[in-house]
Design a binder for this molecule. Structure first.
Ligand code: GLC
Ligand code: MG
Length: 573
């Protein structure tokens, strides 16, 4: 059966998106060292003034990404969606949500990006779709035991009349992961009830996603970000096993019923065969929020996706020991598995690192985002200092770095969004206990004042921007020495000269437990000071610093890039 969505490939012929024009990176290995910039489409730029960001709004602002110097743009879901989970509930995998534009707009964006040497990555959501997807509607209309239901995970309930959910499995957004339908059966949804889980044991589901990957690859997409990549293979043998801890305490041996099972890798070996149908082969990065262990980098193996998000820095508290341990472990795990190294500090799922890094050690993110108005305040200046330093460290590590829109402006988490604007399903599903992830999804500020701070030509942004955003806008920071925007631009410019596929690096000896000092094989060095007081600066030519150097010292909570004074200068490109 041809998925209904494939009809969109009969879209009127237009010039196909061109190959990437000017990238310095090799088509076969670009992703290994790429700086990838995540765009959350509804919050980047609004071209038509309806308050929601859209694809044309990204194309119009592509110059920002070019000046920033990123290698690729990753688009969070832009597909038709009822937005029960910010677009991660996909109703049609091969089209564009009309509120965000059209397939023509998508092609224009790919063309504009490629013309500037920026590659395109799109989000693929394979664990679940929207309850409005035609396959799920057909499943509801069909009888228990039908092939239509077989593409999802329907089960009879427990209890005398099947009135109890089939197992104790929990949804990530709160409450049971099972929802009952009119005829009494239940279906599994690991996320919101509007996000029914696919049955990946079903051959049609596997084929369907192969076709989705081909559809976007033919439209010029260079890579894919794979949502909740570790959950596709589930142990559905009866009786269903108990599992109430979500994936936070996963065993590291593949024995959990829901997550990170060995057979999930078979799925990705199939995807690799699809990627290899294209020239250059497409690539992908797996997303999994399980604990980082020896199994994490298996998703990145060369015959699978190539990369997996490494959230170890993102999860580390602000301490030299924690950062060093995280980095060492990731480097070792990655080397054992093969594939590419990655680093991440922020995304659309976590509080922005400019705020998060200032949380006192005893305050959890949940406590901080409490809905009762008693959230402890954080020291925003300290957060930004630490964020800028951590970013320089991340960008000096071998491998690829993923940036989240707005971090180049040093945007803080918006903690005081009023309850009536919150849209994250966590808010409702937890009975208004957890505010959720809207605070990092507030539309970007482009100008210091005016309608929606330049986000759109008119209209009210779908989440309100705080007054403080004006002073952090692109216009306010453009050309301002020392601004976070100029720091990111300078870092990415230098990184283009200094980055190398040679991943070797060594930690330089230091007596000081608050300092980390690494040296890459080509002499490029990064020193970061986690203490609040200044330290002697290591010897070398200073290339870039996250804070002004005073009296030849490395300030507190700052990082610096250095090159040995006797090292030959790298070729500028
Ligand atoms: C991933 C996404 C997140 C989404 C969830 C369910 O973790 O990053 O935003 O809510 O998957 O699709
Ligand atoms: Mg719009």
């Amino acid at each position: 059966m041809t998925p209904h969505t494939m009809t969109s490939s009969t879209h009127p012929a237009r010039p196909r998106p061109t190959a990437v024009a000017t990238s310095r990176l090799d088509p076969a290995t670009w992703w290994r060292t790429a700086v990838v910039y995540q765009v959350y489409p509804r919050s980047f730029g609004d071209s038509d003034g309806d308050g929601t960001g859209d694809l044309r709004g990204i194309t119009e602002r592509i110059g920002h990404l070019e000046r920033l110097g990123v290698d690729a743009l990753w688009l969070s879901p832009f597909y038709p969606s009822p937005l029960a989970d910010g677009g991660y509930d996909v109703a049609d995998y091969c089209d564009v949500d009309p509120r965000l534009g059209t397939l023509d707009d998508f092609d224009d964006l790919v063309t504009a990006a490629h013309a500037r040497g920026i590659r395109m990555v799109v989000d693929i959501v394979p664990n679940h779709c929207s309850d409005q997807h035609p396959w799920f509607r057909a499943a509801l209309a069909a009888a228990p035991g039908s092939p239509e239901r077989g593409r999802f995970l329907f089960r009879d309930g427990r209890g005398a009349r099947g009135e109890l959910p089939p197992s104790d499995w929990q949804s990530h957004f709160g409450g049971s992961a099972w929802e009952r339908v009119d005829d009494g059966q239940w279906y599994l949804h690991l996320f919101a009830r509007e996000q029914p889980d696919f049955n990946w044991a079903d051959a049609q589901v596997r084929e369907y996603f192969h076709d989705v990957l081909r559809f976007w690859s033919r439209r010029g997409v260079d890579g894919f970000r794979v949502d909740v990549a570790h959950s596709l293979a589930k142990d559905m043998t009866e009786p269903l096993r108990s599992q109430t801890t979500l994936d936070l305490n996963l065993p590291d041996d593949g024995t959990d019923p829901l997550y990170d099972r060995d057979d999930v890798h078979e799925v990705y070996r199939g995807w690799r065969r699809v990627f290899d149908e294209f020239d250059p082969p497409r690539t992908a990065v797996a997303e999994l929020w399980s604990p980082i262990n020896g199994r994490t980098y298996l998703y990145a193996r060369p015959d699978e996706l190539g990369q997996v998000f490494d959230f170890s820095l993102l999860k580390s508290p602000w301490s030299a020991a924690a950062y060093r341990a995280a980095i060492d472990r990731s480097v070792a795990d990655h080397a054992a598995a093969g594939g590419g190294l990655t680093w991440v500090l922020s995304s659309h799922d976590v509080p922005r690192h400019a705020s998060r890094l200032a949380l006192p050690a005893d305050v959890t993110i949940e406590d901080w985002l409490r809905s009762d108005g008693t959230s402890p305040a954080v020291d925003e200046a300290a957060g930004l200092r630490r964020a800028r330093a951590a970013t320089l460290l991340m960008l000096a590590l071998p491998g690829s770095a993923y940036l989240y829109q707005g971090e180049e402006l040093g945007l803080p988490e918006v903690v005081d969004l009023p309850a009536e604007v919150l849209q994250d399903p966590q808010w409702e599903r937890t009975g208004h206990r957890v505010k959720g992830r809207d605070g990092c999804r507030v539309p970007l500020p482009w100008t210091t004042d005016g309608t929606s701070l330049g986000f759109g030509p008119a209209g009210t942004p779908w989440l309100p921007q705080p007054a403080s955003f004006g002073a952090l806008s692109v216009a306010a920071q453009d050309g301002v020495p020392g601004s976070t925007l100029e720091l990111y631009r300078a870092a990415l410019r230098l990184r283009r000269e200094l980055e190398t596929l040679d991943e070797d690096f060594t930690w330089q000896a230091t007596e000081d437990s608050a300092l980390l000092h690494l040296r890459r094989s080509n002499g490029w060095q990064c020193a970061i000071n986690f203490a609040t007081t200044a330290r002697p600066l290591p010897a070398g030519e200073v290339l870039l610093a996250s804070a002004p150097l005073v009296g030849g010292l490395l300030p507190g909570e700052a990082a610096v890039w250095l090159r040995p004074s006797d090292a030959p200068a790298a070729d500028a490109d």
